[in-house]
Ligand binder design. Sequence first.
Ligand code: NAD
Ligand code: LMR
Length: 346
Amino acid sequence: SRRIVSAASSQTIQANRFFGSTTAMGRKVAVLGAAGGIGQPLSLLLKLSPNVTELACYDIVGTPGVAADLSHIPSIASVTGNIPSSGTWPPSHDTGLEAALTGADIVVIPAGVPRKPGMTRDDLFNTNAGIVKALVEGCAKFCPGAILAIISNPVNSTVPIAAEILKKHGVYDPKKLCGVTTLDVIRANTFVGASMGCDPNEINVPVIGGHAGTTILPLYSQVPGFSPSDEELEAITVRTQFGGDEVVQAKAGAGSATLSMAYAGYVFTDKVLQAMNGADDIVQCAYVESSITDAAFFSSPCKFGPDGVEEVLGYGDITPYEQAWFDKMMPDLKGQIQKGVDFANP
Ligand code: NAD
Ligand code: LMR
């Protein structure tokens, strides 16, 4: 295996003294797909987090360079760059993956191919399902107690795949498996902020369901003070559902959202870390195993605690307009979940 360890260990020790109790927690985060469009800026943001003391960057290419580059940033996190040990695919025998995952508290997974114009997220299934399966097998083996945050699309199916793989290895804990839907939330907050002429960081729109087209359901009725016309509500709802397509089209074949997703992935991960470190007020939407609807996985506000998802919260009252979208979404969401389960159980 080739592994680059940051040359900043003495600097890290000094930083630990300086930051005191914050760093006493010693939190390791691994990013799988760390050399990609999301992976690089996500790793940069995590390197800057005071809640990360060790950052492991893994990808099939490029992570020694990413890690060497990040390691020159003066923050408390040490950085390693890990790639597969040659000739040892699948990753359960990969000492590079083993090094990245061993001791990880959180594993964030943006590995996989992105969309091009004209594609749905489901069109990525054939390629990304296998990538997620192999990487989660590595997680089951090398860091069975870690919280997994899945970004790779189609999230509606890759999270059920991950659950099935973890079950097969006897290490599935529903509290520790999340699909990251934070990008939908930050888009919704941005759109409401623009409409109301206020700071979008003061808005928190609950976005429920899944992460693909009409399975994304923003609950704008629950935003205090926001009372759009019927036309504006329809437009902002559809824009939230298809915000990903807006970026895919603008990038014209060069991929999908990376920078906004890196930010969203960082926000999600850092909140999970804050909850692990004892903060008792962390509630955020995540796509998790859930019994609040008849879909086995569903995104809704969740309370996070030291061990991950402490409680899957309900989504409150919804309007007839939102109920109509909800009814439309459920068959698609359940079908995409089943597709993931079937893939993992051929
Ligand atoms: P990208 O092609 O720029 O990067 C993907 C990276 O994954 C590459 O560096 C590639 O080498 C790596 N990779 C591929 N196979 C791997 C493996 N087996 N192990 C480790 N790394 C591997 O793509 P991107 O723009 O970063 O997007 C990545 C994924 O995230 C896509 O599936 C995309 O659809 C998804 N995405 C999800 C959301 C969300 O809201 N959940 C948002 C944006 C993008
Ligand atoms: C997004 O919402 O931007 C991502 O899921 C990427 C995509 O394919 O749209």
